[in-house]
Design a protein. Structure first.
Length: 286
């Protein structure tokens, strides 16, 4: 095998040594930027020798050209004392630290909120357990609402999922107020919430008259059911029976759908039962 000429070996050795000096010169510059004319003069070599080095270093990604005769070091380097403290690298590091600290603070806040929610859920469950008998709305509570003391209040009791529709009362020539309810699960009950100062005798009288009143509206299909097939809702005579959520209501109507009425509406017309309730005279007892 033929040996390499001595001149070539010396060239390679000198080029390698020159490259080390060139890299050291770049790293010693502020911001890692170097003017090639300055490098050639500093190292005492021709500029084409500098180009031989920069072509190799640029090819392996250690330097990059910034202008025609300037290059910048891309590899790791020791910071120079003359480097500005607010360089782009430092700004990136500061931004990264800021975002990391912000994320940690948000995680801590989220953990605190989760603990608060868990505490409130336990407190709510304990309150509901220890105050189960008080978790209700009485007729006095409703009458105490501002603006309702002299109004007629109708209370509905229906299971979850009940559909409630209030048609426009002025859709016809005569104003007519109705409630349309549908529930296939359990009975729908309608109560009149009386004023607390009404006498017991008048309560019994109105309850009796209400229980015996003829309810003109009934459970009717949404469309096309003949009148003879429309089921009438049941008007309960047990008007003085007190449900858990009211102290002394008067039941006006009770509707329990059967299997044939699941697709029908329970139509409650308050005018039918309440039109004369406030001024009904007392009936002498026999």
């Amino acid at each position: 095998m033929a040996e390499a000429p001595a001149s070539s070996a010396r060239y390679d050795s000198s080029l390698g040594l020159l490259t080390k000096k060139f890299v050291a010169l770049i790293k010693s510059q502020p911001h890692g930027s170097l003017d090639l004319n300055h490098a050639a003069a500093q190292l005492g070599v021709q500029k084409r020798r500098i180009y031989d080095i920069t072509n190799v270093l640029e090819g392996i990604g250690l330097i990059e050209k910034t202008t025609k005769n300037n290059i910048a070091w891309k590899g790791n380097r020791t910071p120079h004392p003359d480097d500005e403290p607010n360089s782009s690298d430092d700004e990136d590091d500061e931004e990264t630290l800021r975002v990391r600290h912000e994320a940690e603070a948000l995680r801590a806040e989220a953990a605190t909120l989760d603990n608060c929610v868990e505490h409130l859920e336990r407190a709510r469950a304990e309150f509901a357990r220890t105050h189960a008998s008080d978790l209700s709305v009485t007729h006095a509570d409703l009458r105490a609402v501002p603006g309702l003391s002299d109004e007629t209040i109708i209370a509905l009791r229906a299971p979850p999922g009940t559909d409630l529709e209030v048609p426009d009362p002025h859709s016809t020539s005569t104003a007519k107020y109705q409630l349309r309810l549908r529930s296939p699960l359990a009975p729908i009950e309608v109560f009149l919430v009386d004023r607390a100062d009404r006498e017991d005798s008048e309560d019994r009288e109105v309850a009796r008259l209400s229980a015996n009143a003829s309810l003109q509206s009934a459970a009717r299909p949404r469309s096309g059911t003949p009148p003879e097939q429309v089921a009438r809702p049941v008007v309960s005579s047990a008007a003085v029976k007190t449900p858990p959520s009211f102290a002394t209501p008067r039941i006006l109507a009770k509707h329990t759908p059967n299997a044939d009425q699941l697709d029908k509406d329970f139509v409650f017309d308050p005018g039918t039962l309440l039109g004369t309730v406030p001024t009904i005279p007392k009936i002498p007892q026999p």
